[in-house]
Design a protein around this ligand. Structure first.
Ligand code: GAP
Length: 404
């Protein structure tokens, strides 16, 4: 029976991530840099799949959402108007406030201007509100969406990729009429929950927390945190905030409602998602252990649509040229061309190859054996059940497509 083995779960995930090329400690050969992590081939694939699933649901399949990719460096006036220069601080041990924005200088010498690495992607959308309205003429309600890096000089980065100094956000600013805020707050709460379920998060570990007035960010008049049961405790995963007209008003931006011919400042509902926390929660949700052939096996039970590798292709024996030739030219080339995220694995015996693919969450392992040469069928082995099926080579693409 698959089960979750909670003992040392974080250690297991961190070690798996390094060993199997998901996530490496930043600047490791120079002793590291606290709060930074580097993404290896499989981690990057999983992260890209998370971002693509988000973009598909919240941008591509909607009619009222406009994408943006704003610069990370912005005029310092943005952060003065947004309230971050005055208020984006955390208390230090001695109680003094420490502004967590990374300051930098733009230009040379005396002329150099102070600026900041953005601590949230949100402001890029607010400052491009007018550009977006002028370019696309959207009617209220409509939204802007952006995925990108954000930086915070966290006083105590910790818990692997949970609290970093450089991380990635996926954010939506949804512009509405003030009177509708409660309706859209509820609507976005449900949209966020349904996306979490779609990517395969363990929903039993997701909880809603109504954030109290004193704990809310300076711009919010209602916030819900979606928390997740990590091995190190129940902590924030994503957030949903009612930012009122705080940002647009401070940037002196407004909107002309053509129907009612009035000038208004739209209000904002902001669903915000941390890519790295989504990644961590997904790894923790997918990690399973069971017993196979008297040995403990660990596997990542990812949905095929989100798995870093969709399928792995193997010749039964790597010293039989006819098997290698068939596996390479008739199976690997076909699937690689179709799905991209396809691995070639001919190392060690078949059992070892299965374990290796299980560990990185590959849903299907395809083996070319001597029967293949006679009947053009291959073995497809299922990650979760270990069950094997013979499938015609010419049906493989359709077989996998049906399961994605
Ligand atoms: N624009 C709103 C905003 O930035 P936030 O709650 O401060 O709100 C949004 O951040 C999300 O970004 C969080 O829910 C979390 O997923 C992620 N996040 C924030 N700080 C982070 C950090 N230091 N490391 C990793 N992810 C972080």
């Amino acid at each position: 029976m698959p089960k979750e083995n909670k003992d040392n779960l974080m250690e297991k995930i961190v070690s798996l991530c390094k060993r199997r090329g998901f996530v490496f400690p930043g600047s490791e050969i120079y002793g590291g840099l606290a709060g930074t992590w580097d993404w290896g081939h499989y981690g990057l694939a999983l992260k890209n799949n998370i971002k693509q699933a988000w973009w598909k649901k919240f941008v591509d399949s909607r009619r009222d959402m406009y994408g943006l990719d704003a610069a990370i460096l912005m005029n310092a006036k943005v952060w003065e108007a947004s309230g971050h220069v005055a208020g984006f601080s955390d208390p230090m041990e001695d109680g003094r406030q420490f502004n967590v924005m990374f300051q930098t200088k733009i230009g040379a010498g005396e002329e150099a201007a102070v600026s900041y690495l953005r601590p949230e992607t949100a402001q890029g959308m607010f400052v491009n509100f007018k550009n977006t309205v002028d370019a696309f003429h959207p009617k209220l309600p409509f939204g802007m969406a952006q995925i990108g890096k954000a930086f915070r000089n966290e006083i105590a980065p910790r818990d692997f990729i949970f609290r970093q100094r450089e991380f990635e956000q996926m954010e939506i600013e949804y512009f509405i009429r003030a009177a509708d805020w409660e309706k859209y707050f509820e609507y976005w709460k449900n949209e966020m929950l349904s996306w979490m379920e779609e990517i395969g998060l363990d929903m039993g570990k997701v909880h809603e927390l109504e954030v109290s007035g004193e704990d809310r960010a300076h711009y919010s008049s209602r916030t819900i945190d979606f928390e997740f049961d990590y091995p190190f405790g129940r902590k924030e995963l994503f957030g949903l905030a009612y930012r009122t007209d705080f940002d647009l008003k401070n940037h002196k931006l407004d909107y002309i409602d053509e129907e009612q011919t009035e000038k208004i400042v739209p209000h904002v509902i902001e669903p915000t998602f941390g890519v790295d926390r989504a990644f961590l929660a997904l790894m923790l949700s997918a990690y399973m252990e069971d017993e196979k052939d008297g040995e403990v096996r660990s596997y990542l039970k990812f949905k095929p649509s989100i798995a870093p590798v969709i399928c792995a292709v193997s010749p039964l024996l790597k010293n039989k040229p006819e098997l290698v030739e068939y596996a390479n030219t008739k199976v690997y080339a076909l699937l690689k061309g179709e799905f991209g995220r396809v691995a070639w694995d001919d190392n060690g015996n078949i059992g070892k190859r299965y374990r290796r693919q299980d560990e990185i969450g590959t849903p299907f392992c395809i083996v070319v054996d001597f029967d293949t040469l006679n009947d053009d069928t291959v073995t497809v082995r299922d990650r979760d059940t270990g069950a094997q099926e013979r499938v015609k080579t010419s049906d493989l693409v359709a077989y996998i497509k049906e399961k994605i």
